[in-house]
Unconditional design. Sequence first.
Length: 163
Amino acid sequence: MSPEWNLLPPEVRARIQEFQDVPPIRLPDLARALGVSVKAATLAPGISGEIRPAEGGNGFVIRINRHDPPKRQRFTVAHELAHFLLHRDEIGAGIEDDVLYRSNLSDRREHQANRLAADILMPDVLVGEAREEAEEIGVGDVVLHLAEIFGVSEAAMRIKVER
Ligand SMILES: [Zn+2]
């Protein structure tokens, strides 16, 4: 798991792990448990997602671009949740991420959010188990198979498995 994962308070890690019992990770339920609502929306062209304080100041709202492919939308939700977990004090009136996950936060913050998003969607233990199983039953393309099971892009799973 990433340094960002290890930065989270133990109780927050435990909270997230409740939703990491089986793939695909139950992302909408996790967001809800953290007090964040998720909505698909038509966003400005070139914007993949955003997170803002909810109206009335109770929790946060993530909006994801409804025109993005489903796996991309999932990664965006995890990325915005990572901003919520790591950079809540810097969200201000809101953060908008473009298709390359760049916002008004620093590149360092964006990399942190991408690493934590990967940990949320592809926890080490679960990926390890699924990988062993896939190899035992002789799946042709293990990375592709795992990407399908976890609902992530093949590229994201390849980074996870081959690092
Ligand atoms: Zn971002």
